[in-house]
Design a protein. Sequence first.
Length: 178
Amino acid sequence: MCFLRIPLVLCALLVGLAACSPALEWRSLVLPEIGIEASLPCKPERAERSVELAGQAAQVVMHSCDAAGATFAIACAPLAEPSRAGAALRHWRAAVLAAAQAGTASDRPFQPEGALDLPQSVRTAAEVSAPDGSSVHMQAAWFARVRGDTVQACHAMVYARALPPATADVFFAALALR
């Protein structure tokens, strides 16, 4: 569960450091390890952690970076029990929102091309708390996909003190499953 809290903590630290960053310069990057192509305004760093998703041990690989006061992250984990993909997405979403002390969260369906058609595949917007108690805007998405002979649960997110809707829209629209 600690891994799910890392992006918020990093966000709080990086948001302050990135206040002087240049404007967003989007570039398409392939993240072959998780099989996703994304448009990011920064070069991502990689992290890996073991977590539990709905009773399943999972090895999550995350790529994240910070630009112009926003933190962007994409993470995927192969599931030991593919039939529990929906439960894994629901658990991951709940864990992230709880760790971030989210207020009201609004969901809408989110299904990148090639993702499994699951009701738990959503894009969520919420106001969350930074460690210093200030409010941070978060947009996040959870989806699952078949990759080879496995099913992956995936999570993409962007956090910022000020998050223009267009920034989140560019990020999520550009996610391509490979």
